[in-house]
Ligand binder design. Structure first.
Ligand code: NAD
Ligand code: IPM
Ligand code: MN
Length: 352
């Protein structure tokens, strides 16, 4: 029996997670997947109520007692410094050493692209390093609040950390018939970390002679993801660059409302969440697109080895777009809940 912890979180989190869990339960039932969902009350409300975002004991229990977690989103205007998001989300990424941030951006239906004449084959998978870089929390503040204030953030890069994410990207490419792996960095300026990443990339890449390999500076990559996104298949990059480029690639392939992600330590634990945030501008209106969260439900089933159930959810996502049962961001008039209900109905009754 697989156990999945569910953290709906803040803003649109509960809305999109409501739809995603309904779809996940329906697909699991249909395919005989033994799965239980366990809600966890973590987020801004709890932080503001108790003064603590997540205790060490809770973090250990989340990681130790569950196979995986599904998150909605974290972020609330009442917590302007985002302290609870860092404690909970980054705390779990670092605490469980979830070094792969897996972010697929596939153009499911060409009309979703904001580009003129999009290539229907556009299908990029990001391998974002998830435990190092500028997210490591190194740096300091000095003379805060004075005209002499100093703030530094340092980028941490270890051979071990870079090696394992680059290897994961190549192994994914080899196992999924992907013809190219692209390294994205800023080696022309950030020369020390750039040299480390490029040496690792060349060394690991030499073991995959059948796969095309190239590197791009992040500024040119931002441009090229708009100019010819179809060129990219697997992209491996550092924590911050992966954060930024995956939002860009998500928009190019239909928007944040569609982009799922997984934070994964293979063989150990994983946390799945939409790429998007808590979207305070639309929270509570019932119009948030649940497809990114529903895509996470498919990723969870795939992670649990339930490929048929995962594929069925992916089919549901495409079907809902094709028939136009979508939220306003995709041009439809359906509510978050209606999109979820349509999918559950399709799973249970095969109706469209
Ligand atoms: P955001 O992703 O929440 O929203 C950006 C824009 O995309 C907004 O206009 C929003 O309405 C739209 N959008 C996002 N998701 C959507 C959906 N499912 N359907 C329709 N439209 C959607 O980014 P932001 O506004 O920069 O951040 C808001 C908060 O979320 C911040 O506190 C931020 O730190 C947090 N955040 C959390 C996560 C996470 O939990 N993993 C990720 C990103 C941002
Ligand atoms: C994401 C988010 C997070 C990140 C924030 C909320 C900490 O933007 O998952 O993309 O920067 O990694
Ligand atoms: Mn982000």
């Amino acid at each position: 029996m697989a156990r999945v912890a569910v953290v709906a979180g803040d803003g649109i989190g509960p809305e999109v997670v409501g739809a995603a869990t309904a779809v996940l339960e329906a697909a699991a039932e249909l395919h005989g997947v033994a799965l239980t969902l366990h809600p966890w009350d973590l987020g801004a409300d709890r932080y503001l109520r108790d003064g603590v975002a997540i205790t060490g004991e809770e973090r250990e229990r989340l990681i130790g007692d569950y196979d995986a977690a599904l998150f909605g989103a974290l972020g609330d205007p009442r917590v302007p410094d985002n302290a609870h998001t860092r404690d909970i989300l980054l705390g779990l990424r670092f605490g469980a050493d979830l070094y792969i941030n897996f972010r697929p951006c596939k153009l499911l239906v060409p009309a979703l692209s904001p580009l003129r004449d999009p290539d229907p084959a556009t299908d990029i998978v990001f391998f974002r390093e998830n435990t190092e870089g500028l997210y490591a929390g190194l740096g300091g503040s000095f003379k805060v609040g004075t005209p002499d204030e100093v703030a530094t953030e340092e980028s941490l890069n270890t051979w071990k950390g870079v090696e394992r994410i680059v290897r994961a990207a190549f192994e994914y490419a080899a196992g999924n018939s992907r013809g190219r792996v692209t390294l994205v960095d800023k080696a022309n300026v950030l020369a020390r970390e750039g040299a480390l990443w490029r040496r690792v990339f060349a060394e690991i890449g030499s073991g995959f002679p059948g796969i095309a390999q190239d590197s791009m500076y992040v500024d040119a990559m931002a441009m090229d993801l708009v100019r010819r996104p179809q060129r990219y298949e697997v992209v491996v990059t550092s924590n911050l660059f992966g954060d930024i480029l995956s939002d860009l690639a998500a928009q190019v392939t239909g928007g944040l409302g569609l982009a799922p992600s997984g934070n994964i330590h293979p063989g150990s634990w994983a946390l799945f969440e939409p790429v998007h945030g808590s979207a305070p501008d639309i929270a509570g209106k019932g119009i948030a697109n649940p497809l990114a969260a529903v895509g996470c439900a498919a990723l969870i089933l795939g992670y649990l080895g339930e490929d048929a159930a995962a594929a069925e959810i992916d089919e549901c996502i495409v079907a809902s777009i094709r028939v136009g049962v979508t939220t306003p961001d995709l041009g439809g008039a359906a509510t978050t809940r209606e999109v979820g209900e349509w999918m559950v109905d399709r799973l249970r009754n095969g109706r469209e």
